[in-house]
Design a protein around this ligand. Structure first.
Ligand SMILES: [Zn+2]
Length: 429
């Protein structure tokens, strides 16, 4: 499928190509408005500000958000329990709300129609246009995904089919009968559909018109992406979405190298312990403040997802910074010398070397310094340990950005099958 050219007409809105300085001013100005509106109309937000000794006038720039605490899903659940049904975050009378969703938690999430248009830019960037017929396989039930994505597909001019989850065979029939060109859902579900169609005797590439797939809610492994793009000629795109904040916050452009941040949110990457903002390339928690949602006064929502961002200009012409993808959950990470080491990343780094059969990381403290040691079981006793150790430390440092202090080879079977990836042996007295 042809790349979308980076001509001006290929952007969904003007925000996508704002010069960085203009964006900075734009976001700060929207933030000031959002904060004033939320403080004035959402009692819970007012209480959070007052407790922190912060007034709306103290929040002039994105950096000033550090003065405020982070509200996480667990807090939201508690606040909604204590002050039902919306926890004090609703900013308009409930009779003016358009619809209320019930994302898992459960929490109640009110929406207003104007909230959903911006979402379309991620579909637009993925190539959805007038003439496309699109299956939306996210649920239309309770969760915002179905309805919000449906409207966003429509905003690109495409026809959306209100399919919902499951019913693989009906999805296949619909794809055939309506000559469906676009799929919205999870990568694993699309693969299930393709495999089932093949079992039914179809040649997917020949018999189906599907050429676009838009994914969220699940990681898209590079190998699966390659299969979909090369074997099935389906152009894939992914977006990062968060419920409780109104939806997608970052999306891929045709370059498919990181997800551009949406200008409808302030997105911070912070140290989850201190709430302080981190710089480009540093891994931290994604914290979201919606700017588009006039009915919801949530400021600094902590997602628990870990990621980092890059500031390098993207050849697509979009000027927003890019999120590099979700690397883990805040609970799966251990901080070593101020840097997060994430279990999943460590797995990727160490197990990419074929000579390794099992490993474990041990974090300890010597004097005032954190130390991280890698315990390794080699598949073959006769392996060149010096060379393997060199490869491991290089690979680990490039992926996890922390230097290993030592590598210890242990006998096969020493590290149990069901082991913890990172063991933290530090004591803090
Ligand atoms: Zn781009």
């Amino acid at each position: 499928m042809a790349m979308i050219s980076a001509g001006r007409g290929e952007f969904f809105d003007e925000l996508e190509i704002m010069p960085p300085e203009t964006r900075k001013e734009y976001l700060n100005q929207r933030l000031r408005q959002t904060v004033r509106h939320a403080y004035r109309n959402a009692p819970a937000t007012k209480e959070i500000f007052d407790k922190a000794g912060v007034s709306p006038a103290d929040i002039q720039t994105v950096k000033d958000l550090e003065k405020l605490p982070i509200t996480r899903k667990t807090d939201l659940i508690e606040l909604q329990k204590a002050n039902p049904p919306f926890g004090g975050f609703l900013t308009i009378p409930v009779e003016d709300v358009d619809r209320i969703f019930i994302p898992p938690g459960p929490t109640y999430e009110p929406h207003f129609t104007e909230n959903i248009k911006w979402f379309a830019k991620s579909f637009y960037a993925a190539g959805f246009r007038k003439g496309d017929v699109v299956i939306n396989s996210f649920t239309y039930h309770m969760s915002p995904a179905g309805m919000v994505l449906h409207e966003s597909v429509r905003a690109c001019g495409s026809v959306a089919i209100a399919m919902g989850t499951g019913n693989t065979e009906i999805q296949i029939q619909t794809m055939l009968h309506l000559k469906v060109t676009g799929f919205v859902g999870t990568p694993s579900f699309l693969m299930t559909i393709i495999k089932r169609a093949e079992e039914m005797g179809y040649n997917f590439r020949r018999d189906f018109a599907l050429r676009l797939a838009w994914f969220t809610g699940e990681m898209l492994p590079p190998s699966l992406r390659k299969t979909l793009e090369e074997d099935y000629q389906i152009s894939t795109s992914q977006a990062y979405a968060v419920t409780d904040t109104g939806g997608a916050i970052a999306y891929e452009c045709p370059r498919k190298s990181g997800m551009h941040l949406m200008d409808e949110y302030i997105i911070e990457i912070v140290d989850p312990d201190t709430g302080k903002q981190l710089g480009p390339g540093e891994i931290g928690e994604i914290v979201v403040t919606p700017l588009h949602n006039k009915v919801w006064g949530l400021i600094r929502f902590g997602t628990g997802d870990l990621s980092s961002y890059i500031t390098e200009p993207c050849p697509c012409g979009r000027t927003a910074n890019r999120l590099v993808g979700i690397v883990g959950r805040a609970g799966d990470a251990v901080k070593v010398r101020g840097m997060f080491v994430i279990a999943k990343q460590a797995e990727q780094a160490v197990l990419s070397l074929n000579e390794v059969s099992q490993f474990q990381l041990v974090v300890s403290r010597k004097g005032q310094r954190d130390e991280i040691t890698l315990k390794v079981e080699a598949k073959d006793k006769a392996v060149d340990r010096k060379k393997l150790a060199d490869d491991l430390s290089k690979r680990f440092q490039s992926l996890c950005r922390v230097k290993l202090d030592g590598i210890e080879f242990v006998e096969k079977g020493t590290i149990p099958e069901q082991r913890q990836t990172i063991v933290d042996e530090r004591t803090w007295e």
